[in-house]
Design a protein around this ligand. Structure first.
Ligand code: ZN
Ligand code: ZN
Length: 275
């Protein structure tokens, strides 16, 4: 199994860290997790056509994780996709997909009839919404999904992927929570989000103490994530979803090593990790 970090950023714009999204590839399957801003450009850089993606999983429906959804769908059609899309996500995903598709319905209709391509299957979208905990299988990839704690977001998920006795867990956006530590147990790789303490400063009236506190409190901080990985007995900790996107890498490694016992990997866009 291979994990490719497509975007390791957050809502803030950074040309070095695109919006959150990841690709999990096996011998047979290609699955995307989230589709943050820039996902199709990152796939293109890797020479992977969105025509060949088997499924898209949403961790949750915060815009930084979902904003390029239509771009992914329409570009797959431009890339001659000839099969429907399989989308999995939290409750609300059906409504979200319908609204986005509706917004572009007229433009799409015109385009389909004018360009007369062989297939419009890319626009057939099959959505499955998650229960609180469950599993699914996409070709040779086994996936477990479980709720994490990103309140006030009601429905947010983490995923565990297994293939050939190897395990990858993706935290999604979450504050430290029991479910994540339970389902991430003994992962070969734990891909975890992080909020880096001390790197974002207050800006008078625009970014207040309360804003900072609230953002920080529904994420996992740099002084928590090493402990989470340690409790989960993860073999390797890879960090992503950096808030903020620019920070002192050595400091972050040092802080986390203290708790985890090993150096974490600071994720970068287009980094590949064999599992
Ligand atoms: Zn996010
Ligand atoms: Zn979020």
């Amino acid at each position: 199994m291979e994990l490719t970090l497509l975007g390791t950023g957050c809502p803030s714009v950074d040309h070095k860290r695109f919006g959150p999204s990841n690709l999990i590839s096996t011998d047979k399957a290609k699955v995307l997790v989230d589709c943050g801003s820039g996902i199709t450009q990152r796939l293109h850089k890797l020479n992977i056509s969105s025509a060949n993606i088997d499924a898209l999983l949403f961790t949750h429906l915060h815009s930084d994780h979902a904003v390029d959804f239509y771009q992914l769908i329409i570009s797959s059609w431009h890339s001659y996709r000839i099969k429907p899309w399989k989308i999995y996500g939290p409750r609300g995903t059906k409504k979200f997909v319908k609204k986005i598709m509706d917004a572009w319905a007229e433009e799409r209709k015109l385009r389909i009839s004018y360009e007369s391509r062989a297939s419009a299957k890319a626009f057939e979208i099959q959505v499955t919404e998650f229960k609180s905990i469950g599993s699914l299988k996409i070709k040779d990839l086994n996936i477990k999904y479980f709720e994490v704690d990103h309140k006030p977001v009601k429905y947010a998920y983490g995923f565990s992927f297994t293939n050939k006795n190897k395990k990858l867990t993706i935290s999604g956006d979450t504050r430290p929570c029991e479910n994540l530590m339970k389902y991430a147990q003994r992962s070969d790789v734990l891909l975890h989000e992080v909020f880096i303490e001390g790197e974002i400063l207050q800006i008078n009236k625009m970014r207040t103490k309360k804003t900072l506190h609230n953002v920080q409190s529904y994420h996992t901080t740099s002084t928590q994530v090493g402990k989470v990985a340690f409790i989960a007995r993860a073999k390797k900790l890879v960090l992503t979803h950096f808030v903020p996107t620019r920070f002192n890498k050595n400091n972050l490694k040092k802080v986390i090593k203290k708790d985890f016992g090993k150096n974490p990997v600071i994720g970068e866009d287009l980094m590949k990790i064999k599992i």
